[in-house]
Every structure is written in structure tokens, then in C-alpha cells.
Design a protein around this ligand. Sequence first.
Ligand code: RB5
Length: 143
Amino acid sequence: MIAIGGDHSALELKAGIMAHLRERGESFKDFGTYTEESCDYPDIAKVVCRAVLSGECDRGIIICGTGIGISITANRFKGIRAALCGDCYSAKATREHNNANVLALGARVVGIGLACQIVDTWLDTPFSEGERHKIRIAKMDED
Ligand code: RB5
């Protein structure tokens, strides 16, 4: 199950990505926002991250205008590894190296075509299971 959420600026891109996820046969849960009314991206990041951390969802996709604010918020949650991606190379690398469990996108940065390619790459790339990467990921959560 994929958790997806975005602020008001991401409404259209989120709808396009959800249509794409449907075509892929993925199950997902939409955590909002559901209208064009202005909202605060940290609120969306929080509900998506909580769904991932609780195990309700396996991974999350979060979107705001730049992808920056929402990814900064997500990365404050211990156990969340949110990667802001604007290209497929990064989407692949962040799965292989960082085991990123949340993908952040900028709705004012990427178009629907590139966004779907990034989502596909990110969903289809497994973690490398490399020992050096496991050690580095463990260090992220150290105090
Ligand atoms: C909303 O206008 C915008 O600030 C937000 O979507 C995001 O880009 C913040 O990082």
C-alpha cells in the first residue's frame, strides 16, 4: 500500500500520479489535500509519514510546489528517509543506496510525464542490501 499526499499546489500532479498508480495496479491511499483551498504542507507530510511508520502503508509519495518543504518535514520523522527527486537517476540511486521509503516531488518543478517515470523508477528499484549502505542508513537514526 502506497500513501500519497500533497498540498493545494500538488492537486493536479497528485491526481495524475494516482491515475498512473491505478494503471500499474498499485493499491494506494490518498491522504489529501482534496480541494484547492490553501493548506499547510507539513500537515500532509505528517499524516503520510505516520501511515508509513505505523506500517499501514509500505511507502509514501509526498508532493508540494517545490517538494522541498514537504521533504524537509518528512525527514524530521525518525525512520523516514524522504528523497526529493527531479530525475530518474536520483530515484534509482536513492532506492539502492538510501532505501528511501518516501518519495518527494515538486509539482511546480516536474511535469506529469517525468513524475510518472520517477515514480516507476522509484517503485521498481529494490534496495541494494549492500552492507555499507545498511551501516550508513543505521547511522541516520543515531542520536
Ligand atoms: C505553497 O505555495 C508552497 O510554498 C509549497 O507547496 C512548497 O513549495 C513549499 O516548500
